[in-house]
Design a protein around this ligand. Structure first.
Ligand code: HEC
Length: 139
């Protein structure tokens, strides 16, 4: 009976291939994973449907945030911008290089930082490029 021993080894192998930390898969898939599951860009930049889930027809199209701080927070932004390549922001920033730089430094092309609740990300070049690659697939 060799089967019971082989099965766990096969399963462990399959996990090693599919688990993102070990192996990113395609760049776009990895970027999607970062943007939706890790950095949570989608939560803040996507309108919600009536049932509270993300309205995936408007993924990363920006919205009026559905929450506000209880106390006053300086420079609080009630809206998040459209961060798809079709949005005004990409046009203004001049394209993907600026977006990658922003995600690795936290600085916009004007040298400023975004206001709250937008986090200041200082991602690795690899992660920033993957997110931008994913954003480029959005309409
Ligand atoms: C907690 C909510 C939140 C999360 C998470 C979030 N954002 Fe934002 N983002 C905002 C808000 C609100 C603004 C508007 C702030 C401003 O314009 O200063 C913003 C602004 C931006 C801007 C424009 C910055 C500027 O100064 O013009 C970009 C680009 C951006 N976000 C990209 C992203 C990306 C990419 C991710 C994920 C890696 C992300 N955001 C995650 C809420 C969020």
């Amino acid at each position: 009976m060799r089967f019971p021993l082989v099965l766990p080894i096969v399963l462990a192998g399959a996990f090693a291939v599919t688990g993102f930390p070990q192996s990113p898969g395609s760049k776009v898939e990895y970027g999607k994973y970062l943007a939706e599951e890790v950095a949570k860009c989608a939560d803040c930049h996507t309108p919600k449907a009536e049932d509270g889930s993300l309205d995936r027809s408007k993924l990363m199209k920006g919205k009026v945030m559905e929450y506000q701080p209880i106390g006053e927070i300086k420079d609080w932004h009630k809206t998040s911008p459209d961060i798809t390549p079709l949005g005004r922001l990409w046009g203004r920033w001049g394209g993907e290089a600026a977006m990658v730089k922003y995600l690795t430094t936290g600085k916009t092309p004007r040298g400023t930082f975004a206001g709250p609740p937008m986090p200041t990300y200082k991602m690795s070049q690899k992660d920033a490029e993957a997110i931008v690659e994913y954003l480029k697939t959005l309409k």
